[in-house]
Design a protein around this ligand. Structure first.
Ligand code: ADP
Ligand code: ZN
Ligand code: ZN
Length: 741
């Protein structure tokens, strides 16, 4: 098949970029017209020649043959960051299944019609003229004019007075200033200002790298010289990964290149941001969800124009339009926030690798608990792995103890605190050391567990937990299997079976009851509402205003509290119950991170892991901080069941307000898959309700397809998209693809 048409977009940063135009590609340009390239085209009725970006190619075209215009030429000297980002968007729409427009809107910062914030400074044109006119004004009772001139005459200095200040101070209206300007007495200068996110930062001298850290930097640079594969920096908690990133970035800045640093969530990684700012000052900017659209656009503009060189931010910062991008760092690469839940449902890891390839930049992934995806690629030699094995300074990894909560129950302790944890808490409170209590709440929704033997009720077909539904049934979200809910445990016949119901608030109450002297802070979704919620609580704990910090997963990430010498993990196994094949991986991550919070200072720490499943490898390997053992075990499981990264898996997500229509539509889709895949090589499963079966009155169902070969899944997605496009029965159903399970 030959592509002979191109979709061209004329103004990529316009709010309404929804419109693409079709052009014929002349045969002599066929090899050169690719997504992202800049072409010159005749445009409009007059046939004026302008420039546009190619955003897609096709073999067919809906414009009648006698109406369609031809591309004039490929403008090769115009390769800019925009054209590279357009190419990236085209790749995203192809890979993840979205329209080109959706992908472009994700990638290109959109110029909104918000008046860009302008700074207006007012100057006196001539001092003596001003003095003369002031006299006139006073004589004639031009009170407003007199006040302005007086104020300006009082303000010596070359920088003038900001218009806003002047208006406020004198209480005059804008036309008064205009009048004085018309008389030639004052001048109003307008300059574009970036709404700077970082101001007047105090720069600190960089830390001296340790030998281990130096060695890691050396190995990474060596890789860049050699094959330049993406690098996995696998370093235990507290080993100084951030310092390694900063050293690499500092060298790239000297070469006139820029860097993007992705972090999972800004509120939770405040310390990381502050460290970047204190090292690089106002060369750094950062994005976060509370920036207004205008502020966001400004950050992007500042990056494009070279006013900043380092962008720190969540997933979307990946698209910062740096002209000479040198490095993309993805810190805590295992975090699920790097996976977008809007169309296109891209994964920042994979997209970063693609962007780096298009722009000749390097990629570094950092984690103490690398995802199986990245780790397996490193083991296959597709990525380079660099390790940091030691913690910085004198701090030791904490000693860990696993406490079997079934035994506590057996000897009559029904509390959420084991005897051992209670003793240690008492001990730390006496020594005035700090304690963190981490309540694992992941997977909490709906699963059913036996409190006597620890067994969780799982699907017989999928090895994921069944979820309790309101109608009393237990349902598998992978295959739709259902059974009646249970009143006794099938293994030990205990009647202590059911959903677990405990929240951070209850933990707080219990701590206050059992340790009335302790000062307690709680950090969860309720206490961190409002602008500075997280920061306030973390700062207070840091300042020693509390003895115990209680929290959910929020407290285990990224913070350094040197005075914490005891970490208690409550219900460590709860996340094993998530109805998701990644539940062991998440549990390993959470516990490893939680354990890593203890003993960051000079005093050694202890971590107590309370669980009903003390023998589960996700728990034992995390307690031992043994990533390799975890990897071996988990990878074996994924391989047997064909789960990613051993195979590829795609979710076809359908939603509709009409439950019956959705059900019928998804059944048809399944049948259609059977038509182009009669041997069921794609192992289509479903349709079944999504893990949340209804959101805001939209019903949600899912079909999974899987295969070793990702390209086969992409081809299947393309066929399904074509089927949906011509099938009117799907008009009321929204279908999305998630290619990155
Ligand atoms: P990681 O990201 O690997 O968990 P960090 O970069 O956060 O580790 O470092 C852990 C702590 O050790 C931080 O407080 C950091 O300032 C400190 N640290 C690490 N390396 C050094 C160094 N070479 N000099 C001074 N402090 C260091
Ligand atoms: Zn049981
Ligand atoms: Zn199942």
């Amino acid at each position: 098949m030959q592509t002979s048409y191109a979709d061209v977009i004329v103004d990529i940063s316009h709010e309404k970029l929804d419109k693409t135009f079709s052009y014929r590609i002349p045969s002599d340009l066929r090899d050169r017209v690719l997504p992202g390239c800049v072409v010159s085209i005749p445009f409009g009725a007059g046939g004026r020649v302008i420039r546009g970006y190619v955003v897609g190619l096709s073999t067919t075209c809906s414009v009648p043959a006698d109406k369609i215009k031809e591309i004039r030429e490929v403008v090769t000297d115009d390769e800019t960051v925009d054209s590279r980002l357009v190419a990236l968007a085209a790749w995203m729409s192809r890979t993840y299944g979205s329209t080109t427009i959706q992908a472009l809107k994700t990638v290109i910062p959109i110029r909104k019609k918000i008046a860009g914030k302008q700074n207006k400074q007012v100057f006196l044109v001539n001092k003596s003229e001003a003095e003369a006119y002031l006299q006139v004004s006073l004589d004639r009772h031009f009170k407003a004019k007199a006040r302005v001139l007086e104020a300006l005459l009082k303000e010596e200095g070359e920088r003038g007075v900001s218009q806003q200040d002047l208006l406020k101070r004198t209480g005059v209206s804008l036309p008064v200033l205009k009048g004085l300007a018309d008389l030639g007495l004052i001048r109003i200068d307008v300059s574009d200002t970036y709404r700077k996110v970082v101001r007047d930062a105090q720069k600190l001298p960089p830390d001296q790298l340790t030998e281990d850290q130096e060695e890691a930097v050396r190995e990474i640079r060596e890789e860049w010289q050699d094959k330049d594969r993406p690098v996995l920096l696998n370093g235990i908690t507290g080993s100084g990964k951030t310092l390694v990133y900063m050293q690499l970035i500092s060298d790239l800045l000297k070469e006139g290149r820029q860097a993007i640093v992705l972090i999972p969530e800004i509120a939770l990684t405040r310390q990381t941001v502050l460290r970047f700012v204190s090292r690089f000052g106002d060369q750094v900017s950062f994005l976060h969800s509370r920036l207004s659209q205008g502020e966001r656009y400004d950050q992007m503009k500042a990056a494009r124009q070279g006013a900043v060189s380092i962008m720190v931010g969540p997933r979307s910062a990946l698209f910062t339009p740096f002209p000479n991008l040198g490095l993309i760092v993805i810190d805590e690469e295992h975090e699920s926030t790097y996976h977008s839940e809007q169309m296109p449902r891209y994964h920042a890891r994979e997209t970063a690798v693609k962007r780096a390839e298009l722009e000749g930049a390097h990629v570094v992934f950092g984690s103490a608990t690398p995802s199986l995806e990245v780790s397996s690629r490193a083991r296959e030699g597709l990525y380079r792995e660099v390790r940091l094995k030691n913690r910085y300074g004198r701090s030791q990894l904490p000693s860990t103890e696993i406490i079997d909560m079934r035994e506590e129950l057996a000897h009559g302790n029904r509390s959420i605190f084991s005897d051992r944890l209670r003793d240690l808490m008492e001990n730390r409170l006496n020594k005035k050391e700090q304690i963190m209590l981490f309540l694992n709440r992941r997977g909490y929704a709906g699963c059913v567990t036996c409190r006597t033997c620890g067994r969780t009720i799982k699907c017989p077909h999928c090895d994921v937990s069944l979820t309790q539904h309101a109608n009393g049934k237990l349902v598998c979200h992978y295959c739709g299997y259902q059974q009646d809910s249970l009143t006794e445990c099938p293994s030990c016949h205990s009647r202590q079976i059911g959903g677990l119901t405990i929240g951070t608030e209850q933990v707080e109450d219990l701590v206050k009851r059992d340790f009335p002297r302790a000062r307690v802070l709680r950090m969860d979704a309720d206490t961190t509402r409002g602008k500075e919620g997280h920061a306030r609580i973390l700062a207070a704990f840091d300042a020693g205003e509390a003895d115990i910090l209680i929290g959910t997963q929020m407290i285990v990430k990224g913070h350094d509290f040197p005075k914490v010498t005891l970490v208690g993990v409550l219900m460590a196994d709860l996340s094993l119950n998530e109805s998701d094949f990644r539940s062991s991986e998440r549990t390993f991550e959470l516990i490893t991170q939680a354990v890593g919070r203890a003993g960051r200072g000079e005093r050694a720490g202890t971590a107590i892991i309370q669980t009903y499943q003390p023998d589960h490898f996700g728990i034992t390997t995390a307690a031992a901080q043994d990533y390799d053992a975890f990897y071996q075990n988990e990878m074996a499981f994924r391989t047997i069941l064909g789960y990613p990264p051993a195979g590829s898996m795609t979710a076809i997500l359908g939603s509709s307000t009409d439950q019956q229509q959705l059900k019928t539509g998804m059944e048809y889709l399944k049948k259609y898959i059977g038509l182009f895949d009669p041997t069921n090589a794609l192992e289509a499963i479903g349709p079944a309700p999504q893990s949340v079966g209804k959101i805001k009155d939209r019903y949600r169902e899912v079909i999974y397809i899987r295969n070793k070969d990702r390209d086969r899944l992409i081809k299947a997605k393309d066929l399904i998209e074509q089927y949906l496009a011509i099938n009117p029965g799907f008009a009321g159903i929204e279908i999305q693809f998630d290619m990155n399970l």
